[in-house]
Ligand binder design. Sequence first.
Ligand SMILES: [Zn+2]
Length: 265
Amino acid sequence: MQLLLGFALGLLVGYTAFRLGALTASGAAAAVGVGGLIFGLGGVPWASLLLLFFISSSLLSRAYRRRKKSMNEKFSKGSRRDHGQILANGGLASMLVLIHWYYPYQEGVWFAFAGCMAAVNADTWATELGVLSPTSPRLITNGEVVPKGTSGGVSLVGYLATLAGAGIIALSAASFTPSASFDMVLWVIVGGLAGATVDSFLGATVQGIYYCPVCDKETESYPEHHCGNGTTQIRGWRWINNDLVNLVCSLIGAGIALGGWILFS
Ligand SMILES: [Zn+2]
């Protein structure tokens, strides 16, 4: 019954997001699957973290649209998320909720989920708010000043957004876990920060980065830029795309948060 209710809620959220232009049709279908599982098997606490991530990232990607417009080309897929992005951000979360369903009293699974959501939320907030930085970002590997939107570029504003994005998930998770200690919550935040940092590091090193000659812009999209023109590879490995990097980011967040729970429980 709760699973049915979960999928109904997932359908409502997926359809609304699709109508608002936050998701493509395939993204909406994937969101119904991920949302249905997490709402249905996880109940209110799990649903709350997922909704917090989904609603805040959708709102942020629409906020400051005019200021972002000039450099929107640099983002791989604009602000509409497709099924690859939903599965990259929600695949691990779906697996964790299945484990939670088998072992409902394992609190560590819940903390791993919190760390996973903290990482993807931190990364999304950093991407969406980092563009507001008054100064140009620096490459995380060598500190070189790079244009805004460059993969692997970090800034103070971006890092503050990372901290806020991880923090809000950690505090929300703590509100559903009266037994949680300060250390456990702190480790969820550390997991989020570490996941987002590794995301930037991979973006600066091994992630496949392309160039659109028509827009004269660096991009993460291949084989086609969203302007419709073909892109050529300039660095990184082709098989390490943005979705894989996001998945690694969520794994690191989950792993560190779980580690904190094991240490302090
Ligand atoms: Zn282009």
